[in-house]
Design a protein around this ligand. Structure first.
Ligand code: SF4
Ligand code: SF4
Length: 393
């Protein structure tokens, strides 16, 4: 059997779908330049994707046809030679649409192989979120602004070619830098992209992460029903319906509140989370009424507390809140638990407000995500900044 290479790209559903698809396709095309064969594909279980859902694309490359066919016989590679993470908030793990539970982002990485994360943070900050494992690996940071775009549009900020340059350095057996540059010259026809790929290759470096180093969090998981545990009609439990609810202040029952999905927790769907200044909140109810995931718990004193098991980080509450800076979306990397903010406020108001201020200030140098394509001219505004960060490396 010849040599087989598997690369997985972990990305945010919808916002990074085209980017991930292009990267895995381009890996195959760059490897073609060395006479290798390959195929790229997305994980079936991640479709249909929802905004922000952690999803995966793969590239499988081999020296000969028989080896490739043997590699393709797997539904998805169980062990990969390289994992690329396109959004550093995915360092907290991937809870994919395909199954219930949280997988560490290096779940499939072979011992000693390399995990590449696109981030503006450093290794110690990322390792607060990346779970520890019992096998050593290498961590590489490709400095850059996270590339998010809409479903049908591609933000051409060179993230794709920078990843190819980094891969050529991390896994030279897969393809050389020359093969990447040949691919860019022939297919993408861009001198600037050649420079971006070369810079990523030249600046590539790794940090050795020994076994046991990283986030000690216990990974949450669910018991999946076997076929003999399914309900009548071989059905499984789905999203419960909502219904009337008791007003926490008056006790009056009425209205309609959508129910939450008990199994799909959405911790890993979020790349930002709302933080609420309860001292300026007027209890106007708008955040609760507009939240698409029914994520707000109404507290006994009538405040609206974002339930972080349920919040997907869409940012709608920040947009609809009429009070200035009462709800602020903050980069998810800043948080290491999912506890109730209102509970913290209730226990010690001054300490909470101090935490709020410090957290928002600390997170502000890290970029705030822009979910998808929002307005005409958005990418023309964002791409120059992304290229500048990439240029500096
Ligand atoms: S960001 Fe706000 S509106 Fe969106 S799901 Fe979370 S709590 Fe709801
Ligand atoms: S929208 Fe703002 S002011 Fe209104 S209840 Fe929610 S947090 Fe409070």
């Amino acid at each position: 059997m010849g040599q087989l290479f598997a690369v997985e790209v972990v990305y945010r559903g919808v916002f990074q779908k085209t980017l991930a698809k292009n990267i895995t396709r381009d890996i195959v095309l760059a490897a073609h330049n060395e006479g290798k064969l390959g195929i790229s594909f997305g994980r079936y279980g991640d479709a249909p994707e929802r905004n922000g859902i952690p999803a995966k694309s793969f590239a499988i490359v081999a020296n000969d046809e028989q080896t490739l066919e043997e590699g393709m016989a797997q539904y998805e590679p169980k062990h990969v030679d390289l994992t690329v993470v396109l959004d550093d908030t995915l360092s907290k793990g991937a809870e994919s649409w395909a199954w219930y539970g949280l997988q560490p982002v290096h779940h499939a990485l072979k011992p000693g192989a390399t995990l590449i994360v696109i981030s503006q943070e450093d290794a110690p900050a990322l390792l607060k979120n990346i779970h520890r494992r019992d096998k050593a690996y290498k961590l590489a940071i490709l400095k850059g602004i996270t590339s998010f775009s809409g479903m049908w549009v591609f933000k051409d900020d060179h993230t794709d070619v920078r990843v190819l340059g980094a891969i050529a350095s991390a896994l030279p057996q897969l393809f050389s830098l020359n093969s990447v540059l040949q691919f860019i010259n022939e297919k993408l026809k861009s001198e600037l992209k050649v420079i971006s790929a070369r810079n990523a290759f030249d600046r590539f470096s790794t940090v050795d992460v020994p076994a046991g180093q990283g986030n000690p969090e216990e990974l949450f998981k669910f018991e999946l029903p076997g076929w003999d545990h399914m309900r009548d009609g071989v059905s499984i439990k789905g999203q419960p319906q909502g219904g009337p609810y008791a007003d926490p202040v008056t006790g009056e029952v009425g209205g309609f509140r959508p129910a939450r999905n008990e199994l799909f927790k959405k911790y890993s769907t979020r790349s930002m989370r709302p933080v609420v200044n309860f001292s300026t909140c007027t209890k106007c109810t708008l955040c609760g009424l507009n939240c698409p995931d029914a994520s707000f718990d109404i507290t006994p004193d009538g405040h609206y507390d974002a339930n972080l098991e349920s919040c997907c980080g869409c940012g709608i509450c920040e947009e609809v809140c009429p009070v200035k800076e009462c709800v602020t979306m903050v980069n998810e990397s800043e948080f290491h638990d999912n506890k109730s903010q209102w509970e913290a406020f209730r226990k010690d108001k001054d300490a909470y407000l101090n935490w709020l201020e410090t957290t928002i200030a600390k997170a502000s140098p890290i970029e705030k995500r822009s979910h998808g394509f929002r307005y005409r001219g958005q990418y023309q505004e964002q791409v120059p900044e992304a290229l500048e960060v990439a240029r500096k490396g």
